[in-house]
Design a protein around this ligand. Structure first.
Ligand code: HEM
Ligand code: HEM
Length: 223
């Protein structure tokens, strides 16, 4: 028998195969979450690629600011966004992450319509380390605190990169275990699940708001 429990927006079934194979295509990720994710990933990559070059310092700083402004939006969206984007829906106690990893290793992965509890910890780490990277980068750039923040910047960005590698490994493992392409889902917004697990709206206006906010904030910060 499959056991299905509802907990603050996240739905879990212990019988993954049945839940997923029988699941319909449902909308899980709204547009601000998807757009924000790919802009976050792109700006992080650009900040890394330009980090060593003196002549590309402006590009580095602009992409770092873009990363920071998207991150600020994501924090707000985690409070007021749609069901699966909310922190309350996916932040779980560490034991829930361990239970999920155990179920993964046992070949019977628990199903979550939104983020799984282990992935959620990687996401939180990325948000915290990302904020630390931006803050320490800004302090270094403005020559505040001598060499101290330069070292913090190096440490935070290095740690963030290590978590990105874990994040990618987790996404690959989750995609294989659930036989569902999670990367494609981050583009389309759709995953398999029960109709009552889905969200009703894409939040197109909030997506536009995100774009306007990032362009306006980065332009302001670069001037
Ligand atoms: C090509 C590289 C990347 C791929 C393929 C990728 C893929 C994904 C996927 C599939 C998810 C959804 C996971 C799930 O279903 O639970 C996700 C979530 C997330 N990823 Fe990535 N990711 C990439 C790079 C990054 C980078 C560089 C960062 C940040 C530094 C990042 C931060 C996040 C965050 C914060 C979430 C949570 C999304 C949200 O709820 O807003 N990702 N990623
Ligand atoms: C997520 C965003 C960011 C990432 C991933 C990132 C990454 C890096 C990396 C890897 C380095 C080379 C560190 C070293 O080896 O010393 C670096 C250097 C630097 N970053 Fe960032 N950075 C980000 C955001 C920012 C921001 C927002 C600013 C400024 C407002 C900034 C300003 C600088 C400066 C001034 C340096 C040169 C430090 C030195 O003189 O060694 N960074 N960054």
């Amino acid at each position: 028998m499959s056991s299905i429990t509802h907990a603050a927006g996240a739905t879990r079934s212990d019988d993954t195969n049945r839940a997923e194979a029988g699941g319909r295509r449902i909308l899980v990720w709204d547009i601000p979450t998807r757009l924000g994710h790919w802009l976050l990933a792109g700006s992080f990559a650009l900040a890394w690629l330009t980090s060593e070059s003196e002549s590309l310092r402006n590009v580095h700083v602009a992409s770092g600011y873009a990363f920071g402004t998207i991150l600020a939006f994501r924090l707000l969206w985690g409070l007021i966004g749609s069901r699966h984007a909310r922190f309350a829906a996916f932040v779980r106690a560490p034991y829930a992450a361990l239970a999920y990893l155990k179920s993964l290793l046992a070949g019977k992965p628990q199903h979550f319509a939104g983020h799984n509890p282990a992935g959620a910890w990687a996401i939180l780490a990325l948000l915290v380390l990302g904020a630390l990277s931006v803050a320490s980068g800004w302090l270094t750039f403005n020559e505040i605190g001598g060499d101290m923040f330069e070292e913090v910047h190096e440490g935070a960005t290095g740690a963030a990169l290590a978590v990105v590698v874990l994040h990618l490994a987790g996404v690959a493992a989750g995609s294989i275990a659930h036989r569902e392409n999670l990367v494609a889902a981050m583009f389309s917004g759709y995953k398999r699940g029960r109709p009552d697990e889905g969200i009703a709206r894409r939040h197109v206006l909030a997506g536009l708001g995100l774009l306007v906010w990032v362009v306006a904030a980065v332009t302001f910060l670069m001037n």
